[in-house]
Design a binder for this molecule. Structure first.
Ligand code: PGA
Length: 251
């Protein structure tokens, strides 16, 4: 993930996938040349990171990432995985602060901030997720929430190579619902202005992904929104044909 201006189409497999899913991963790698305009990233469960990294050939536009990490490099943290371990397994990126981690595991902005710094320590790109709940949107607080999450979770010193922001409205994840193009544009413009203010030139090119019920049928429309520099895809990333169709929609 070196050219920060290329769109990034990232798949988050969540808690899905067994060794038998290697065929789907191979199909993604084989079809990746059709999506030559975009960088592709697949974040399988931790059990498959090494295996999938082995499938990706050098020079391929496909990279492998983790879905979460611990902030420490090693130690007595049963069940956790460090960024050094992910890098050792062949990952080049890691998702931090996904709303399912924030909700299910009580992750605060401070924890997410520490995890992003841990990603950088191991030379991984942090794919940092932010997004409002339905109640927050209904209360007209979307931009306040997004601003607070940016201030709290994004560490100082972010660059276009080390940080990707994923805007994922919590109510759009896995529901089939998406915000209007106008709403997406408003939030992405707000994020872009924040990044420009704090990270100067890098802030112009740090990629901002949209996530939440992205599928082949809405990808063209969503990926064409100003300051949408790619997508983070859950459900539709599990099938190579759907994931590649979304990637092909990248402008
Ligand atoms: P979804 O998930 O595409 O299944 O809505 C998106 C995400 O959680 O990253």
């Amino acid at each position: 993930m070196t050219d920060a201006r290329r769109p990034l189409i990232a798949g988050n497999w969540k808690m899905n996938g067994l060794k038998a899913s290697a065929g789907e991963m191979r199909a993604i790698v084989a079809g990746a040349s059709k999506a030559a305009k975009a960088d592709l990233l697949i974040c399988p469960p931790a059990t498959l990171v090494a295996e999938f990294a082995g499938i990706v050939k050098k020079g391929s536009p496909v990279a492998i990432g983790g879905q979460d990490c611990h902030a420490a490099a090693s130690g007595a943290h049963t069940g956790d995985i460090s960024t050094e371990m992910l890098a050792d397994a062949g990952a080049t990126a890691v998702i931090v602060g996904h709303s399912e981690r924030r909700a299910d595991h009580g992750e605060t902005d401070a924890i997410v901030n520490a995890k992003a710094q841990a990603a950088w320590r191991a030379e991984l790109t942090a794919i940092l997720c932010i997004g409002e709940t339905q109640a927050q949107r209904d209360a007209g607080k979307t931009l306040d929430i997004i601003g607070g999450q940016l201030r709290g979770s994004v560490p100082e010193g972010a660059t276009a190579n080390t940080l990707v922001i994923a805007y994922e409205p919590v109510w759009a994840i896995g529901t089939g619902l998406t915000p209007t193009v106008k709403d997406v544009a408003q939030v992405h413009e707000y994020i872009r202005n924040y990044l420009k203010q704090y990270f100067k030139n890098d802030g112009e090119v740090i990629r901002i992904l949209y996530g939440g019920s992205v599928k082949p049928s809405n990808a063209v429309e969503l990926l064409a929104v100003p300051h949408v520099n790619g997508a983070l895809i859950g459900g539709a990333s599990l099938k190579a044909s759907d994931f590649l169709a979304i990637a092909a929609a990248a402008p």
